[in-house]
Write a protein that binds this ligand. Structure first.
Ligand SMILES: CC(C)(COP(=O)(O)OP(=O)(O)OC[C@H]1O[C@@H](n2cnc3c(N)ncnc32)[C@H](O)[C@@H]1OP(=O)(O)O)[C@@H](O)C(=O)NCCC(=O)NCCS
Length: 177
């Protein structure tokens, strides 16, 4: 069943969020996205390595249903399609925002929260791009999640990276125009 977006809030991770309640396992049973949230996300945020944003139900504002982590990054000119470089100077790298982590709790997947979470990423990206150069949104997707970025969110597939993840980008101009 779909979750009503009006029931959901986005909050910045803080010590009051009950991260231990978050469950997210890969197909092989490993839990890297759960572990990041429970063990590293707050520490990374304090160290200014990434910020982590959590979606919660307004009625249960300490229980994380999904999250994403963001960090400043850049993308190589050779990873971009010519159409997305039109009118740009000949830089070797372009400013980007990296979606470092992105996950919905196992019990809430396929209820629309992933799509809603991405809408929040877009909103933050648009605000950020009004403050600092940020031309692309990038993500290194696990092979099992490429459908989400490619088919649901219309990111551009770039290439497979060492280790098997797949690099995707979205031109921020397509969010603002
Ligand atoms: C990938 C992920 C974030 C998607 O979130 P979600 O909440 O399940 O996604 P949503 O419910 O918003 O959207 C799912 C939609 O994709 C469709 N879908 C589901 N599996 C699909 C597949 N294999 N191929 C294509 N479409 C698929 C669903 O039918 C649904 O369509 P609808 O919106 O028309 O109903 C979530 O599954 C997740 O957290 N997975 C584990 C962690 C992960 O892989 N994160 C990404 C790391 S890079």
């Amino acid at each position: 069943m779909k979750i009503n977006p009006a029931e959901i809030d986005l909050i910045l991770l803080s010590a009051s969020v009950q991260v231990d309640l978050f469950c997210c396992a890969d197909r092989d049973g490993s839990t890297p996205l759960q572990n990041f949230l429970t063990r590293h996300a707050l520490d990374n945020q304090k160290k200014k390595l990434s910020t982590t944003w959590i979606i919660v139900k307004k009625s249960d504002p300490k229980v994380p249903l999904g999250y994403f982590s963001l960090a400043c990054a850049s993308i190589d000119v050779n990873d971009l399609d010519a159409v997305d470089l039109k009118g740009c100077p000949t830089f070797e790298r372009f400013p980007a925002l990296l979606i470092g982590k992105f996950a919905v709790d196992d019990r809430y997947q396929k209820t629309g929260l992933g799509t809603l979470l991405m809408d929040y990423v877009y909103a933050i990206t648009i605000r950020l791009s009004g403050i600092t150069g940020c031309r692309y949104l990038i993500v290194e997707s696990k092979p099992t999640s490429t459908w989400f970025y490619e088919e649901k969110c219309n990111f551009i597939r770039v290439r497979e990276l060492d280790g098997g993840n797949v690099l995707f980008y979205k031109n921020v101009l397509t969010l603002t125009n």
